[in-house]
Design a protein around this ligand. Structure first.
Ligand code: CTP
Ligand code: MG
Length: 335
């Protein structure tokens, strides 16, 4: 096993918390932007229900899970029960409906890994991607949003980590690094494992929200108003948490043995999931279990080159937070 290094915090670590909170606040979208997104979904729903009375659009991803920065594209899922048509045909028909409704740059990408229709709404200026029947994404969006309501430090940490990952170009799945979704899961897992814990494990609690999607039972406690004081016994500042997050991924995580699992709230073993070797294109060099599709390793896109890049970036971030005189600037310097 790798050596677990325990470094002492720099003495002035808490001094940087207000600066990090200011960065977080500068990234949060304004209320008008959220209102615009809702307005767009409403008008799209009207357009689509004329053709498909039982179909419905759902927002998912960062515009709905509360981890979205301003001006991001919006992710939309069309839920439709259409036995006659295949996915590609639904997408092509959807593209026609949108074009007739005066939306711009309408493009159906029927051969993509996740087939979508792309479009731009001239009225709001928003771009959006519409996929078909990806209801698990809608459910995991709700799970992330519910976690965010328990303790404000989750959103702060995840926004800063996402901002760091985008600045350092380690948030590009097509290049072999991690998705935003994976980073948020890493943050949730980290806060579940602070002592005292800052987040509970909602999937291990009595289920108050239960749905079955694509033959997967999704169940978790979602009455999160009851949990608003959950993390109160832990008083760690955001800068201390950010420091510890990067130290964990740089120097403490056991990449050879462990899988991050927010479903269980702890680390589980690669062995128990049979994720110890490469199978097909899944290399399992950094293992992050999807909370519902438990056979999905969100780190499967990482290969032997990009794991090195990722770990070097975790070390760089940890060292900057430990030693740099101006960590809240240096951390985000473009790659
Ligand atoms: N998703 C998923 N499984 C993945 C990746 C993504 O289910 N392996 C779903 C999740 O619901 C996620 C959404 O797709 O919220 C969008 O993913 P992603 O683009 O990674 O995250 P965003 O939160 O939209 O981040 P960004 O602000 O970078 O767009
Ligand atoms: Mg997105």
């Amino acid at each position: 096993r790798i050596q677990r290094r325990n470094i002492q915090y720099r003495r002035d670590i808490d001094f940087f918390a207000p600066k990090l909170i200011a960065i977080f606040e500068s990234l949060v979208p304004a209320d008008e932007e959220i209102a615009k997104q809702k307005q767009l979904i409403n008008s799209l729903n009207k357009l689509i229900s004329r053709e498909w009375p039982h179909a419905r659009l759902h927002l998912y991803g960062s515009c709905a899970n509360s981890f979205g920065v301003s001006n991001s594209d919006i992710d939309v899922c069309l839920s439709i029960d259409e036995k006659e048509l295949g996915k590609a045909e639904i997408l092509l028909k959807l593209a026609d409906i949108l074009e007739a409704g005066n939306l711009q740059n309408v493009q159906a990408l029927t051969r993509a890994r996740v087939p979508i229709v792309k479009m731009m709404d001239p009225e709001t200026g928003l771009s959006c991607d519409i996929c078909i029947n990806n209801l698990l994404a809608v459910v995991n969006t709700k799970l992330l949003k519910d976690y965010a309501m328990i303790d404000p430090r989750l959103r702060q940490l995840a926004f800063i980590v996402k901002h760091w990952a985008k600045s350092r170009r380690v948030n590009e799945t097509y290049q072999g690094t991690l998705s935003s979704y994976a980073y948020v899961i890493m943050c949730i897992h980290f806060l579940q494992n602070r002592r005292p814990a800052i987040l509970p494990c909602l999937q291990a609690m009595e289920a108050t929200y239960v749905v079955r999607v694509d033959n997967i039972d999704c169940a978790f406690f979602d009455d999160v108003d009851k949990l608003h004081a959950f993390g109160a016994r832990n008083r760690e500042s955001i800068s201390r948490l950010l420091w510890a997050f990067f130290h964990y991924w740089a120097y403490q995580h056991d990449y050879t043995a462990d899988v991050v699992s927010i479903r269980t709230g702890t680390l589980i073993s690669k062995h128990s999931k049979d994720w110890t070797r490469r199978i097909g294109n899944d290399r399992h060099l950094i293992c992050i279990e999807d909370p519902f599709e438990t056979s999905h390793d969100l780190g499967r896109v990482v290969d032997k080159f990009t794991i090195k890049i990722l770990r070097e970036e975790f070390e760089r971030a940890a060292n900057i937070l430990q030693y740099d005189p101006n960590p809240t600037v240096t951390l985000f310097e473009p790659y």
